[in-house]
Ligand binder design. Structure first.
Ligand code: NAP
Length: 267
């Protein structure tokens, strides 16, 4: 059984259910042991199929799903995780995240955390955490009963949104940061600085980006249905950047956020 969140995972946002099973199988075959899905992505059943068909023992794979923000009250959360558990069909889900905080605190975080603990007791999930929580929201969650067991805050981090104060606050509180949309919606491939660093090491700008995140002790999620991209992204774990590379990438931060829906918290 994997006890801590693996540092490099496959994302599945915007991956059609029809392509998801093959993508998951291919990634697991390469060596990925962490798959990220969500109720909102409508591909949990296909993720579960990929895990089951991969031939990799269930306890060697970490699967994360996320509970949509409209289902954070006790009854809705339990019902939705029962549904995720059925759709994934892989036994106990390794990690369930609160996908977005309840807008304007409509559902108190204490109620949601109590429901997540109940889901643990029911055997639906092993661990829980949060996503898109600001530093004050995370602080409030950590102070609530059950808050100390939050394992990660999954947030947007890319070279163009270093998200430094939230990353620091999360890590200082002992919670792992997981980065989503690491490539800045494709911008990393074209960035001149990342391209120059990549050329210096004989790698790709995507690999440079992932190595920069890993150097910050941030769990990386990268999404690809292309096995060659999956392999190359995975290989980024071997890349060691030097201090000069890291300083150059740090300087790309513009605080530019891609994920900012109407129900997002005040960042
Ligand atoms: N918690 C949240 O609110 C939240 C929000 C957004 C995302 N997420 C999670 O984080 C994961 C990652 O974010 P993301 O999917 O937006 O972004 P991403 O991994 O930065 O980008 C995915 C896109 O990049 C392409 N790509 C990946 N590797 C490539 C490579 N080596 N060369 C060229 N193109 C490459 C993929 O196309 P190909 O398939 O053609 O390779 C795909 O179109 C998501 O899948 C999801 O699981 C969470």
């Amino acid at each position: 059984m994997i006890e801590t969140i693996p540092s490099f995972g496959l994302g599945t946002f915007r991956v059609d259910a029809a392509k998801t099973t093959e993508a998951v199988k291919s990634a697991l075959n390469i060596g990925y042991r962490h798959i990220d899905t969500a109720q909102y992505y409508n591909n949990e059943a296909a993720v579960g199929q990929g895990v089951r068909d991969s031939g990799i023992a269930r306890d060697e794979v970490w699967v994360t799903t996320k509970v949509w923000w409209e289902r954070l009250s006790r009854d809705a959360l339990i019902a939705s995780l029962k549904d995720s558990h059925t759709k994934l069909d892989i036994g106990t889900i390794d990690l369930a995240l609160v996908h977005w905080p309840s807008p304007k605190g409509a559902v108190p975080i204490a109620e949601t955390l109590a429901a997540l603990q109940e889901a643990q007791q029911l055997g639906l999930i092993r661990h829980y955490g949060v996503s898109n929580f600001t530093a004050p929201l995370l602080e409030e969650a950590l102070a609530a009963p059950g808050g100390k067991d939050i394992v990660t805050n999954q947030i947007e981090v890319s070279p163009f949104l270093a998200n430094r104060s939230l990353v620091d606050a999360t890590q200082k509180s002992g919670v792992k940061v997981t980065a989503y949309m690491p490539l800045g919606e494709g911008r990393a491939h074209k960035d001149m600085t990342l391209k120059a660093i990549a050329a210096k090491h004989g790698v790709t700008p995507a690999q440079v980006t992932f190595a920069w995140l890993l150097a910050r002790d941030i769990v990386v999620l990268s999404a690809s249905t292309n096995p060659a991209h999956q392999q190359s992204n995975w290989d980024a774990q071997k890349l060691k950047l030097d201090a000069d590379d890291i300083a150059q990438i740090d300087a790309l931060d513009e605080g530019r956020r891609n994920a900012n829906p109407s129900f997002a918290p005040k960042w």
